[in-house]
Design a protein around this ligand. Structure first.
Ligand SMILES: NC(=O)c1ccc[n+]([C@@H]2O[C@H](COP(=O)([O-])OP(=O)(O)OC[C@H]3O[C@@H](n4cnc5c(N)ncnc54)[C@H](O)[C@@H]3O)[C@@H](O)[C@H]2O)c1
Length: 371
């Protein structure tokens, strides 16, 4: 530990519907025990009550006061900073900046860091020596995405039409599983057989979460089809996928690949196909390389599905890009636990390889934005 304690300042999230936290009080306690100083901005709708942070020994302050934090404090959050603000950023921020992949407004955000001499150590790019992310929300995205897919399937089987909304967030995974087990039982009572679920990218973070959720709500192992690179190496489209009820796409898309399914094949097999729900966890629908090119718009918890038009038998798609917020508590617990070893290395920020790589990436992107 350096003589000055590392000061982490957990800011309130301003993004609507964001109930997750970057670290839970349990993890905070571990950092405090090793000498960190931790300030937490109050936020009434977090999945963890303010009092829990206070109980473990954090200093509590009002939301949005990070701008006046001591200059050496790390401003720590998850999602976007308040929008419509071009003020210079003077601190070192740790959060998902969504600006290193040239997203809309990337240069504007980096200009704020340049103008304030601040730094962004982006959570998405904290990677180990082989390029693996040290912490990510993928597992819970696959887990919750499969939950929404099963919910949509139940609605179809219960003859209830399109699913109006998903009651996000759930207090915990047990509550979500209880709700879905009851829905599955009701569908089965009405004559449905348990769904077959295919997960592509099954060996990845999202894919593992997807398979686990299916298992945990009682889908038999024989009904879960697990595909990864090996199974798709022959190239799509794959007519076998029409024989499952729910397809969960969890791949990490890096290049153009033949599509897994197409609208033509959905249409041609309208009379025979079982497939009626696609959960596109990967959500690459804006990419020309999208391997499930049967829809063009994202969905939300308040409007969870789009219907693929003109393909006969119903085919609904879930494409929610903030799936882990359905279970903010478990999502936050997993993320914080994975991040802990990296946070513990913050006192050595100038030598630790994860933080050094993140800093270099920021410097490179800043230089690129200036060109
Ligand atoms: N919707 C959401 O809320 C949400 C949240 C988190 C992540 N994501 C997205 O989910 C995707 C997956 O993330 P992850 O963390 O699980 O990645 P990951 O790297 O852990 O796993 C991806 C898996 O896909 C497999 N794969 C890649 N190409 C494939 C192909 N052609 N055929 C079969 N398998 C293939 C890989 O082998 C790997 O096992 C990313 O695009 C990520 O941005 C979405």
């Amino acid at each position: 530990m350096t003589s000055q304690p590392v000061h982490l300042w957990i800011r309130a999230e301003v993004k609507s519907q964001e109930h997750r936290v970057p670290i839970t009080p349990e993890i905070v306690k571990k950092l405090l025990d090793t000498g960190f100083k931790i300030t937490v901005e109050k936020q009434h709708d977090r999945c963890v009550a303010d009092a829990e942070y206070e109980k473990v020994g954090c200093t509590m302050v009002e939301g949005g006061t990070w701008r006046t934090a001591p200059s050496d404090a790390y401003i720590f959050g998850l999602k976007e900073l308040p929008e419509n603000d071009d003020s210079p950023l003077t601190h070192t921020h740790i959060y998902f900046g969504h600006c290193f992949k040239y997203q809309t407004g990337w240069k504007d955000l980096l200009a704020r860091f340049r103008n304030g001499k601040g730094v962004l150590l982006d959570l998405e790019f904290l990677q180990d020596s082989v390029g693996r992310r040290v912490a990510a929300f993928g597992y819970m995205a696959g887990y919750t995405g499969t939950a929404v897919g099963i919910d949509v399937w139940c609605n179809q089987k219960l003859g209830s039409g399109a699913l109006e909304k998903v009651n996000a967030p759930y207090p915990d995974a047990d509550a979500l599983k209880k709700y879905l087990k009851e829905r599955i039982d009701a569908a089965v009572e009405k004559g449905a057989v348990l769904p077959r679920v295919a997960v592509i990218g099954a060996l990845g973070r999202c894919g593992r979460g997807a398979c686990d959720f299916a298992t945990e709500v009682g889908i038999p192992e024989d009904n879960i089809v697990r595909w990864d690179m090996n199974e798709t190496k022959g190239g799509g489209p794959f007519p076998q996928l029409l024989d499952v009820d729910i397809l969960v796409n969890c791949i990490y898309l890096t290049e153009k690949i033949p599509p897994f399914i197409t609208t033509d094949m959905l249409k041609e097999t309208s009379e025979t196909r079982k497939l009626s729900v696609l959960v596109d966890v990967s959500c690459d629908y804006t990419s020309e390389n999208n391997p499930v090119p049967v829809y063009t718009e994202g969905t939300t918890f308040s409007n969870p599905t789009v219907v693929v038009p003109d393909v006969g038998k119903v085919m609904e798609v879930v494409a929610i890009d903030h799936l882990p917020t359905l279970l903010p508590k478990e999502s936050s617990e997993r993320f914080g636990a994975d991040l802990l070893p990296t946070l513990l290395a913050l006192p050595q920020v100038k030598e630790d390889e994860v933080w050094c790589r993140a800093r270099k990436l920021f410097d490179d992107k800043l230089a690129e934005a200036e060109k």
